[in-house]
Ligand binder design. Structure first.
Ligand SMILES: [Ca+2]
Ligand SMILES: [Ca+2]
Length: 169
């Protein structure tokens, strides 16, 4: 990829992340025409020269030397806002992926099922593979079976729910 393509990709990705965040939390406000990391960037840029040097970045423990080197596209030893933002966006991306990981979905689904009064005493087992959830166990009514599926379908990252719950007759 040339630098132009990279910037376009970075802009597209950050646009996506911003809208994802905005969707996530209504309380989070973003300044107009500012990158999502503008404030952090300014905060770290203690000498206000518009770039982050390695020593300025040392205050952010997530920025290891290797990471700085990777982010520093023009190899000038410092990160400008675009380079910094791109790195932040990339981490944001991987966090999103982590959040929607199968084990996270399983844990969330179990928590949600336990939070539902009519379902919490029932032993419904949850298994997730690549965002597809398999529910199994026994419930007393068809309505509970459907309820369990509806609850689990709402968990973030769930692509589909296979309802293997059996209604005890
Ligand atoms: Ca600086
Ligand atoms: Ca640079």
């Amino acid at each position: 990829m040339n630098n132009l393509t990279k910037s376009i990709v970075a802009i597209a990705v950050s646009g996506f992340v911003i809208s994802a965040y905005a969707h996530e939390s209504d309380s989070m406000t973003m300044g107009d025409n500012q990158s999502p990391n503008h404030q952090t960037f300014t905060m770290f840029d203690t000498n206000k020269d518009g770039v982050l040097s390695a020593s300025e970045l040392s205050k952010d423990p997530s920025f290891t030397k290797a990471r700085i080197a990777k982010a520093d596209h023009d190899n000038d030893g410092t990160l400008d806002e675009a380079e910094y933002t791109e790195q932040k966006v990339m981490t944001g991306e991987s966090e999103v992926k982590q959040v929607a990981s199968d084990s996270w979905i399983t844990a969330q689904a179990k928590t949600q099922l336990l939070a539902e009064e009519s379902l919490k005493s029932l032993k419904i087992s949850v298994e997730t593979f690549k965002g597809e959830v398999l529910l199994s166990g026994f419930v007393s009514t068809e309505a509970l079976k459907i309820k369990a599926k509806n609850i689990v379908s709402k968990v973030k990252g769930v692509k589909s729910v296979k309802n293997g719950i059996v209604v005890k007759k």
